[in-house]
Design a protein around this ligand. Structure first.
Ligand code: F3S
Length: 770
């Protein structure tokens, strides 16, 4: 039964409400005159919370804050924990929009799919039990361990042209392969969508990428995005949507486009998208969603699923696919792009060894049927020549559907015959869940078809240089075992004498016999109904999960200013979200705020003394770790504030970096500047948790405030009372009794001011529900 072709799904809950969206867009357009719109703008404006409300900004892109109504939410098991704990404390009986939970990040790769899955289920049982019980209570779709990786499942089941979706994972944009906007967010933003609260986004700028020409036989969509990453760099997409168009888009498979959209995250893009194509229609049909394809066809006929002719872009990039060659990017950063023909020299110039130590394919980025049949083609050529891979060759199928279809179509057996180890349908080595056998003690190089290559990401080994390439290039290198190899022109010596040379790989976009669903017990019921009587499973003495207690509003007792805040420390220099809340071993505490808060800013530098993870308790003159002093202040009921340097909070959106300070009693953060990426995340996220984020009007004032000084706001009351242009000053009382005032700026929207007043966005939502 697991190999029988997929049946048509009930598409009622997964078809975007196109008529309504097109009508919303028509209404919103009335404020825009004859402006030509990109596809991204059409999707954003059709999802406005109140389409008839004027924007109040002359320029939308890069300036206006949009209040949006996402259609769906997807959460992976690591980030879903805090998202659901927050959702629970909002007190709603069910999620307002369809939501799905995917068990993929917590499964560790050791020795193969079956045993890895069984072991990881035991290790993480309490987390999976919690997620499943929450899903049942609130009517969410629960994808069990083994079902696959969030982004692959979303593409196979939920993504649809023109849709707007949020996901609690950086690579959520993968769903853009179906011509939609899918945006990676923190749990608190997901809670906005699930509670029906308008979700705010600063209108991104739009980068237009025009594709012409035809890819050569060794070139794949992965090479396109590796090339774009090199062009734009890791920051080039910040605050921007990458919108591809032109004939080159229509020549790609839907899953190929998904790979390109997935890795837009590597250049910091808000998301990526493409106009509706024939390949998207074919993919919808092949994945049991013909009714969605028919509805999309009608919406496309009305011009909804493509940009207006003559749209202007904030940046324009032209790429001729005929000129593209395969790329290998890295090590340690995805934007260090080297064309395959120059890679051998690049390795030599850097003095690195030529040996490859492992090759890994699959993940959410590259485990489509097309990817897998292409690599199987290379594997069968090599097998016919009597070759096996020279290095460990690991394959991660993106979903149970892909795994079952690969098995049925003899792709798996072909790969295993040449030495591949097929892992569980989960993130595994991509997120460092890889217990690597014979962990190298010295510098070594691996090649993966994944999306990220930060140091230590895959095997936790800082000696491992991780390069990114297409699945076919990775596979060809697995047979050569040497970084000087170029499969387009080099041969591999055969043990029997003679040489073997690959012919260019050929795969199939879609399985001719249809997709096989595989083991359906991993899957949720379609459109599950909430079961309000379900008890949420959290073990009494759990070290991994803890119910969230609502934060108390400092204004609850009638105060309209913040006062009596002691400065915990003055943070010097770089303070990324990783400095504020480290990942690695702390990941297992994502659902336990008390435990994870033990890592608060443990790698931040104190500007008073220059030491890492040192803070001073000015009440008794002693010194402790940063979380140590924060804990003491919390125990004394002492509200506190932080003074931080330039670019505070760059890095990935990590809401724990906002929750943890607030948990210990932080009420205000005054920064020389908040990182740009931060403006749409940590500043707003901190604000969402009830922390007042302020900017120094004069950056020199940073040095005038030190730990133990007492701060109070002046003018906040006016802002809370609705005077939007109120100026907020800070009264500083130094430890030596000196008193002075400094000027600040804020960038809070009307909603953000309400969150602050309520003590957190969740408190505000809860009060509105009442
Ligand atoms: Fe998982 Fe790696 Fe994708 S962690 S979601 S497979 S980026």
């Amino acid at each position: 039964a697991t190999h029988a072709p997929l049946q048509e799904k009930n598409c009622a809950s997964i078809t975007p409400p196109y008529a309504q969206l097109i009508q919303n867009l028509k209404v919103a357009r009335q404020h825009l005159g004859a402006k030509k719109l990109s596809l991204s703008e059409k999707i954003l404006l059709s999802h406005l919370y109140e389409p008839s409300k004027p924007f109040g900004e002359t320029k939308l892109r890069g300036q206006a804050y949009l209040q949006l109504r996402p259609e769906r939410v997807a959460m992976q098991d690591a980030s879903a924990q805090m998202a659901l704990l927050q959702f629970m404390s909002a007190g709603l009986p069910q999620s307002v929009v369809p939501a799905s939970i995917h068990c993929d990040h917590l499964i560790q790769a050791v020795d193969g799919a079956k045993s890895d899955l069984e072991r990881s289920i035991v290790t993480n049982q309490e987390v999976f039990d919690f997620l499943e019980s929450a899903a049942r209570k609130y009517g969410m779709e629960f994808w069990r361990p083994g079902s696959g990786i969030i982004h692959q499942i979303v593409l196979e089941n939920y993504a649809a042209p023109g849709m707007l979706m949020l996901g609690t994972d950086s690579h959520t944009p993968n769903a853009g392969g179906l011509g939609m906007l899918a945006i990676g967010v923190g749990g608190a933003d997901a809670v906005d969508a699930m509670t029906g609260t308008p979700w705010e986004l600063k209108h991104p700028e739009i980068v237009g990428i025009h594709l012409t020409g035809k890819m050569g036989p060794w070139v794949s969509p992965k090479d396109l995005i590796l090339h774009v990453a090199g062009k734009l760099t890791v920051r080039g997409g910040t605050g921007r949507i990458l919108e591809y168009f032109g004939p080159g888009v229509h020549a790609q498979s839907c899953t190929g486009l998904a790979c390109v959209a997935n890795m837009g995250a590597e250049v910091g893009a808000t998301t990526s998208t493409f106009p509706y194509t024939d390949a998207m229609r074919a993919y919808l049909n092949a994945t049991g969603r013909a009714p969605v394809a028919r509805a999309a066809d009608e919406a496309a006929a009305q011009g909804f699923l493509s940009p207006d002719e003559g749209t202007e872009y904030d940046q324009f990039i032209e790429i001729n696919l005929s000129e593209l060659e395969p790329y290998i990017n890295g090590p340690f950063t995805p934007d260090l792009a080297t064309p395959l023909s120059k890679f051998g020299d690049f390795v030599k110039e850097n003095g690195w060894k030529d040996d490859l130590s492992a090759a890994l394919i699959g993940s959410c980025t590259n485990s489509s049927y097309q990817d897998m049949t292409s690599v199987a083609d290379l594997a069968s050529q090599a097998k016919a020549a009597g070759l096996k891979t020279k290095v460990p060759f690991l394959c991660t199928p993106g979903s149970e559907q892909i795994r079952a279809t690969m098995e049925r179509d003899n792709v798996t057996s072909t790969l295993e015959d040449v030495g591949a180890l097929v892992l569980a349908n989960a993130c595994g080595p991509c997120i460092g869940q890889w217990k690597r056998a014979d962990q190298p003690a010295e510098e070594n190089a691996i090649l993966t078809s994944f999306n990220r290559n930060f140091k230590s990401r895959n095997d936790g080994n800082a000696h491992t240089m991780n390069f990114l390439a297409s699945p076919t290039i990775v596979t060809a290198f697995a047979f050569a075992g040497n970084l000087q190899f170029n499969p387009m022109k080099d041969s591999i010596p055969l043990p029997s004498g003679g040489d073997f040379r690959f012919t260019a790989p050929s795969g199939q976009d879609l399985p001719p016999a249809g997709f096989a669903p595989g083991e359906t017990s991993f899957y949720p019921a379609q459109t599950p109904t909430p079961q309000p009587g379900t008890e949420i499973v959290i073990k009494k003495d759990s070290q991994r999960l803890e119910l969230l207690q609502p934060f108390t509003s400092p204004f609850a007792t009638g105060n309209r200013e913040l006062s009596g805040m002691k400065v915990l420390m003055r943070v010097r220099g770089k303070c990324t979200t990783d400095h504020i809340s480290a990942a690695g071993p702390w990941l297992k505490y994502k659902g336990h705020l008390t435990n994870i808060s033990e890592n608060l800013r443990e790698s931040a530098v104190n500007d008073e003394g220059g030491e890492v993870n040192v803070a001073f308790d000015r009440a008794d003159g002693s010194q402790d770790t940063i979380p140590g002093v924060a804990k003491r202040l919390k125990a004394r009921g002492q509200p506190w504030a932080l003074v931080v340097d330039d670019n505070y909070g760059e890095g990935s959106a990590r809401e724990h970096a906002a929750l943890q300070p607030r948990f210990y009693g932080c009420n205000m953060i005054v920064a020389r500047s908040f990182a740009r990426i931060h403006e749409t995340n940590l500043k707003a996220i901190s604000n969402k948790q009830g922390v007042l984020p302020l900017w120094f009007a004069d950056k020199a004032d940073y040095s005038r405030i030190g730990s133990g000084d007492e701060l109070a706001t002046i003018g906040l009351a006016e802002l809370l009372d609705g005077k939007a242009d109120a100026q907020i000053k800070i009264r500083v009382e130094k430890m030596n009794g000196q008193i002075f005032e400094i000027a600040t700026k804020h960038t809070m929207s009307a909603d953000q001011i309400r969150w602050l007043e309520a003590g957190s966005a969740l408190n505000y939502i809860r009060s509105k529900m009442r």
